[in-house]
Write a protein that binds this ligand. Sequence first.
Ligand SMILES: Cc1ncc(COP(=O)(O)O)c(C=O)c1O
Length: 366
Amino acid sequence: MAPETISFARGAPSADILPAEAVREAASRALESDWKRALSYGTGRGHPGLGEWIAELHGVEPERVMVTNGSMEAASLLFRHFVGSGDRVVVEQPSYDRTLLILDRIGAQRVGVHLESDGVDVERLAEATAGVDTVLAHVIPNFHNPAGCTLAQPKRERLVALAAESGFYLFEDDPYRLISFEGEAGKTMLEMDGADRVIHASSFSKTVSPGVRVGYLVGPPKEIAALAKAAGETFISPNMLAEAIVWELCTSGALEENIAKVNAALRERRDTLVAALEEKIPEAEFVVPAGGYFLWLDLAEGVNTIELLDAAKAEGVTFVAGPDFMLEGGSNSLRLSFAPVTTEEIPEGVDRIARALESTRSRAAA
Ligand SMILES: Cc1ncc(COP(=O)(O)O)c(C=O)c1O
């Protein structure tokens, strides 16, 4: 019988680290104390209680916050609102594949700027935005998807200054900030912004669960009002029941408890993955992620990770090939997600990738 596939592909946690009991209890409490709001239509701004909690978390006025059905809905609203066909948008390389896809669908002119081990190359970004109208730059600051790196503090300051000088919006896409393994993550660019050029997105997908579909935007009041109006006109209201449950998790302390649990489990998975890679695929180069879900592998020149993926599937393991996250190139890179695999599965999964690498090489040599 073929072995069960070990999947490093999905950016979603394995079921054993989903907080079923905490959500069940929070739902029951929300339906005791907040049932009228939870079961009614809301507005485009989402649940007011949760909005206030988020505002306090970020030290801003509630008028700067809107709560959405996940941060991808927030990103989609934002891109469709700000970016027209032919508009220039800076994207990191590699970047989150769904961001690249939405921008492509809109017809945006996507300008790639490469990542370094401490985040986007800000000097290249400055060159890419100098003297040309750029609408927006999309940046994932913490525990990057897919690259695993974290944006250095001086680079954050430089980006905020560049956005103010050049007049583009800086979209700080930050769903992994609290999934931090080595203490608290650094300052947000939102905190540093004195010119109302930063729009920050985050989500409860990683701190509660992806299925709960609650995310949010924090940004300049005028833009948030316009986006909330667009959301209301499009969807009437986000899911008020889900938002009432998340609010209950936030205010009861259950969210904090869950984050501690999830981070401990993911940290162990990260450590196991790093050790297995060092032992079994020593040619692999990677940044050790200090949080989040992802590790990005650069393999030797000449490896084609799309072909490698076919061989890997035959060995019973999957990942996402590098080109999915790139405008061009990435053919010898791949993304491993350590969120959907248990610690026990990781060494065997890496063994299977190593075997697939060997088999593609011997096939090429034959
Ligand atoms: C960088 C980034 N932005 C946005 C999202 C979307 O998350 P959500 O589930 O909140 O829509 C993800 C999900 O993996 C992500 O990695």
